[in-house]
Design a protein around this ligand. Structure first.
Ligand code: FAD
Length: 409
């Protein structure tokens, strides 16, 4: 049986430690924080959306926004159903909410961490907290173990890198795993923030700060190329836009190929066609013909949005509605269906739910997570170049890859 070192006591590292120990290996976890699972603790707003109950594996895997194929083999070894069974067996009852999101019944992420810690102890895994790993210990291309921050070397037959990505660095994931991978000769796909709010060029978003729009459709375009289309809820902030729909859209920005500006088109009335919307505006205009434009569109939008939409329409706010031309009215309707913002960039890693990019998966065996370059070296979880939309899918990446590694060490 092998002597196994796991670097990082997050979601992936803890599960991998348990599975490896159940296979009879001698396992040690080195975690740089004073606690295990610091990021796990804040997942799902502290409730931990640990997976998704989707019954169709293809639909599940379609939620991956990069390298979905890489996950197939590990997902089928430890699927979303297996994750649920695993935690229920550890004594954590689960519930499923809107969109198949799975949470502990207690609504406490701490219960997931507690269950994992208890099982690690039961499996006699040695846990070293406040122990930062500085580098891998590789001699003449052979993996010998790890080197701690204080320079001490720890020998191991197998090393699992479970250090996470580089987003929310305060939780401990500061990208160290990328450096370890490079030491071993691995290629890193340049990390970028994903599931992250977006900054817009338009300054007027400041005036909309705090406004949440439900049931809107957005389309993200680079020139004529469509990068993303989605329906749901978004939020204006002082720097741009956020909310579930925008976070999802952010994961598709790296699909951009050229240098054309990225624009986001917001359809404020997706339930109506342009013709239906125009008919609706005509009805409102008829009713309010004697009013000024700014006072005749109250029923169309939330109040915060009215001055902005009036500005975008190009119609003088004080013009009498009965004097608005057909062209002006149609232009106004088109603006409502295509309110356009130009994306300046994403917010930083500090605010990103996940990291896109990471260890290039072409150099990793998808069934075992072992490096194809260095024998005995494994990579699991967010350190890999694989990420997904929100809904419990990112933790599933950590669980599935951790199980695959833990079972094949
Ligand atoms: C605010 C927020 C909410 C989220 N909510 C959800 C959700 O509800 N559902 C979902 O599916 N996903 C969610 N995610 C994403 C999910 O948390 C991550 O994808 C997942 O935690 C990745 O697991 P991991 O084990 O790869 O890395 P992590 O959980 O980041 O763990 C890595 C661990 O390695 C340790 N480490 C790093 N470097 C070293 C080193 N040199 N030496 C020793 N230890 C080291 C770190 O301290 C850390 O504990 C959320 C993320 C954030 C930021």
């Amino acid at each position: 049986m092998a002597k196994v070192v796991v670097i990082g006591g997050g979601a992936g590292g803890m599960l991998c430690g348990i599975i490896a120990a159940r296979h009879g290996h001698t396992v040690s976890i080195y975690e740089k924080n004073d606690k295990l699972g610091r990021k796990l603790f804040i997942t799902g707003k502290g409730r931990c959306n640990l997976t998704n109950a989707s019954e169709n594996p293809e639909e599940f895997l379609d939620q991956m926004t990069s390298n979905k194929k890489f996950l197939y083999r590990s997902f089928y070894q430890f699927s979303n159903q297996d994750v649920m069974d695993f935690f229920v067996e550890l004594g954590v009852p689960l519930k499923t909410e809107r969109g198949g999101r799975v949470f502990p019944v207690s609504d406490r992420a701490g219960d997931i961490i507690g269950a994992l810690e208890k099982e690690l102890i039961r499996q006699k895994v040695s846990i070293y907290r406040n122990r930062e790993v500085r580098s891998l210990w590789i001699e003449e291309e052979y993996l010998k173990g790890i080197v701690l921050k204080d320079g001490k070397k720890k020998g191991a037959d197998r090393v699992v890198v479970a250090t996470g990505g580089i987003s929310y660095p305060a939780t401990g994931s500061t990208g160290d795993g990328y450096q370890f991978a490079m030491e071993a000769g691995h290629k890193i796909i340049s990390p970028s923030p994903a599931l992250v709010p977006l900054e817009t060029k338009e300054e007027f978003v400041k005036e909309l700060q705090g406004l949440s729009l439900k049931n809107v459709r957005i389309t993200v375009k680079e020139g004529k190329k469509e990068l993303y289309k989605g329906f749901g809820e978004m939020l204006f902030t002082h720097y741009g836009i956020s909310g579930p729909l925008v976070l999802s859209a952010s994961s598709f920005l790296t699909k951009r190929k050229g240098k054309a500006p990225i624009k986001i088109l917001i359809d404020l009335k997706p339930a109506l066609t342009l013709e239906q919307l125009d008919a609706r505006i005509q009805r409102d205009f008829k009713k309010n013909g004697k009013k000024q434009f700014k006072n005749g569109v109250m029923e169309l939008f939330p109040s915060k949005l009215i001055p902005i939409m009036i500005k975008l329409s190009g119609i003088e706010s004080e013009r009498k509605i009965c004097n608005i031309t057909r062209e002006q009215r149609l232009h106004f309707a088109r603006e409502i269906k295509n309110m356009t913002l130009e994306i300046k960039g994403t917010r930083g890693f500090q605010e990103a739910i996940v990291t896109k990019g990471g260890v290039c998966v072409k150099e990793i065996n998808p069934s075992t997570m072992e490096s194809k370059l260095v024998k005995g070296l494994y990579f699991i979880g967010e350190v890999l170049d694989i990420d997904a939309l929100t809904g419990g899918y990112n933790l599933q990446i950590a669980w599935s890859s951790a199980f695959a590694a833990g079972s094949h060490l």
